[in-house]
Design a protein around this ligand. Structure first.
Ligand SMILES: Cc1ncc(COP(=O)(O)O)c(C=O)c1O
Length: 386
């Protein structure tokens, strides 16, 4: 693969994956891997989901791409479904291509009419790979450090255009800020005339056992940015804009056009993903599977003392290991898991695993992972360096 540029900053582990099915990846030598990270949180209803394969065939056989001057009923249908599940009932949707783009679109839209100088977000938010939200210029962004107890009283609420709230993603470390804190910030932002943008790129589409991460916090944002799991691996995202924002958005001033905006193929996929989640009751399954995994990991925490914390909601789970001065538990355990062909995310420099499988994960795959974890942790002594 010497012709491919890898610029992600992440190690390339498997250069030869030729096929995938639900939570398994297959290489050309016949090896099968258990994928517990669902392709960076994207394959919400499993790799090669037959319903998605079918809808792609069907929609692309009719029309997959339009352009600025056309619309298609598949896009309207998906918009109606998204307005329904987000609770942003009187709003409008714009379909885009990546999570970064949906966040960036949302921020740019607010910037086009607000004369306030700041956006507010949590210091550990990820937001976007590029643009205003990716760069997060300190002259335009207030980064609230909730972990190190920044004070709410220090936020200049009357100068905040919007609070971009990322529930629980925390740059991939799965930390959900406390309910009271977020409710208090959200209330104060709104009372002072600011808006709330929900960055639901990772927490959306049932990942946390609710449709959206903000459902755990008891409010509906003014704009919801949705991506990743919305396309089950197909690059479609969406900014859902409430009527409150639409009233202020002057479409003679705010222009945002790119070639694949509101494409029928992406919209058809998004609609099918929503149907599959609903028809298979995956919100409930997600909560149950998440509880099962967290409870088993917590038992290991009590029994072996190597794990310091198990956290998360639904199937968005993080396991943090104790710090050890002579070697990294997370690194060693991850290496052993890889020998068992189990893939999860170990962020470099952190003693943390992230586990976020497809919502359709089978019980046998959960059991395989949990028994491998327990075997490896209980054998930790023989893994220790001499
Ligand atoms: C919380 C969060 N927001 C936004 C993004 C950007 O999404 P994308 O990589 O699809 O552009 C990511 C990506 O990991 C993310 O984790």
């Amino acid at each position: 693969m010497k012709n491919i540029l890898i610029s992600t900053g992440h190690e390339l582990k498997y250069p030869d994956i030729i096929r995938a099915e639900n939570c398994t990846l297959h290489d050309s030598s016949g090896n099968i891997y258990l994928d517990l990270e669902s392709g960076v949180w994207c394959t919400s209803i499993g790799h090669s989901n037959p319903r998605i394969t079918e809808i792609i065939k069907e929609q692309s056989g009719k029309i997959m791409h339009t352009g600025y001057c056309y619309l298609n009923p598949a896009v309207e249908k998906a918009a109606v479904r998204l307005l329904g599940i987000t609770g942003i009932n009187e709003g409008r949707c714009v379909f885009l291509n990546s999570g970064s783009e949906a966040v960036e679109f949302s921020v740019k839209a607010v910037n086009s009419f607000s004369d306030r100088p700041y956006f507010l977000t949590m210091k550990d938010s990820y937001l976007s790979a590029y643009g205003i939200s990716g760069q997060r210029n300190p002259e335009e962004w207030i980064a609230f450090d909730w972990i190190n107890n920044d004070r709410i009283e220090d936020i200049p609420f009357d100068k905040i255009a919007a609070f971009v709230f990322e529930p629980g993603s925390s740059s991939g470390l799965v930390r959900f800020p406390p309910l009271d804190l977020i409710r208090s910030i959200a209330d104060k932002v709104r009372s002072a005339g600011g808006l709330i943008i929900g960055n639901e790129i990772t927490t959306g589409m049932a990942r946390t056992g609710e449709w959206f991460g903000y459902n755990h916090y008891g409010f509906i944002p003014d704009i919801a940015a949705i991506g990743k799991g919305l396309g089950n691996g197909y690059p479609v995202s969406c900014a859902v804009i409430s009527e409150k924002v639409l009233r202020r958005l002057d479409l003679n001033v705010f222009h945002y056009g790119q070639s694949h905006q509101n494409d029928p193929l992406g919209a058809a996929v998004a609609c099918e993903v929503i149907d599959v989640i609903e028809e298979n009751n995956l919100l409930l399954k997600c909560r149950q599977d998440g509880d099962l995994i967290r409870s088993a990991l917590n038992k290991m925490k009590e029994k072996y003392g190597i794990i310091s914390e198990v956290r998360g909601k639904g199937l968005m789970i993080a396991v943090e290991f104790e710090n050890n001065t002579s070697f990294s538990y997370a690194e060693k355990i991850n290496r052993e898991l890889l020998k068992n062909n189990i893939i999860l995310v170990k962020r470099p420099g952190y003693e943390i695993f992230r586990i976020d499988p497809a919502l359709t994960i089978e019980r046998k795959d959960i059991d395989y992972f949990l028994s491998a974890m327990e075997r490896i942790i209980s054998n930790m002594k023989i893994l220790l360096p001499d």
